[in-house]
Design a protein around this ligand. Structure first.
Ligand code: C2E
Ligand code: MG
Ligand code: MG
Ligand code: MG
Length: 276
């Protein structure tokens, strides 16, 4: 099954490489139906301690098990979902299912953290905090073990509202990471305005880690993170060399294909329980 999982992931990569415009899924009816029938599920990628390579937690990444298209990447439905409130239902469904998995992991490894992605549009919604609270209410997993990875999609004008909601989710115990840091829309100002608990350095930046400029930037960011007491996770580490440079630059946590691709929930259960 694990092999099956990685084959699916490879297909998914291929799907990504060949470009998916033709297969663009832009039907909210389909997506809403998919949610109702349980076709949207989390897969999980490990977050590792760079020095040991051991998993300290897992990030939940949405996958659509489409009846005819096979395994569909979030790249092909999340941006569309973000244009409506469907993204809220996706985020919450992934959170509910992921928390169930974390509860199982904790029977074996109680220190494992869970990361889930959350669209800025979602966190800006008036009901966001209450919904998050109820999504984990039935679970034994404490919000203290959960990182909400805030993906940048909302407009700057949402800033104050998002900040207020971050204060509210902090009060519930959740921690907040800024996702895709250092690329696209994410600005340094957000570190000050939103006061997150950490940042995830985007793979787009990791790619330059073997250049002088890339190294200087990552070194500076890891120093900022240390000064502010922030968690910092390097994303998209694919080679041993990149991992070694990251350690030299003061990074402690990372994710990437070097250690593992996203895997199905059942594969991760087996991994965590040491069974297979
Ligand atoms: P992200 O949160 O920044 O997740 C990292 C993406 O990089 C994942 O793609 C992951 O599979 C991929 N990745 C991990 N390691 C490597 C590596 O070593 N090399 C390369 N090239 N890529 C790597 P994925 O699973 O396709 O997710 C894409 C994006 O979709 C996520 O980016 C996130 O922004 C969004 N997303 C996924 N699930 C959800 C969700 O439940 N809710 C929301 N709002 N967004 C989600
Ligand atoms: Mg993420
Ligand atoms: Mg990211
Ligand atoms: Mg990303």
């Amino acid at each position: 099954l694990e092999q099956y999982g990685s084959v699916l992931e490879e297909q998914l990569d291929l799907h990504r490489r060949v470009g998916s415009t033709a297969a663009k899924l832009d039907n909210d009816h389909d997506l809403a139906g998919a949610l109702d029938s349980g076709q949207i599920v989390p897969w999980f990628q490990s977050v590792v301690d760079l020095r040991t390579g051991f998993a300290v937690g897992f990030e939940a990444l949405a996958r659509w098990h489409h009846p005819t298209r096979g395994l569909v990447s979030p790249v092909d439905f999340v941006p569309f979902a973000e244009s409506s409130e469907l993204i809220i239902d996706i985020d919450l469904e992934v959170l509910r299912l992921a928390v169930k998995e974390a509860q199982v992991w904790h029977e074996h490894q109680p220190d494992l953290r869970l990361s889930v992605n959350m669209s800025g549009r979602h966190l800006a919604h008036p009901d966001a905090v209450a919904q998050l609270q109820s999504a984990v209410a039935q679970s034994t997993v404490s919000p203290h073990m959960i990182f909400l990875e805030l993906t940048e999609t909302s407009s700057v004008s949402d800033g104050p509202l998002i900040r207020r909601h971050i204060d509210d989710v902090h009060a519930l115990g959740f921690q907040v990471l800024l996702d895709d840091f250092g690329s696209g829309w994410s600005s340094l100002e957000r570190l000050v305005i939103l006061e997150p608990d950490g940042i995830k350095i985007d793979a787009q930046l990791t790619k330059y880690i073997d250049t002088d400029r890339g190294r200087a930037l990552v070194r500076a960011l890891s120093s900022v993170a240390r000064d502010l007491g922030l968690v910092m996770i390097m994303e998209g580490i694919e080679t041993r060399k990149q991992a070694e440079i990251a350690i030299e630059l003061g990074c402690t946590l990372a994710q990437g294909f070097l250690w593992s691709r996203p895997q199905s929930a059942s594969a991760v259960r087996r991994l965590v329980s040491g069974d297979g």
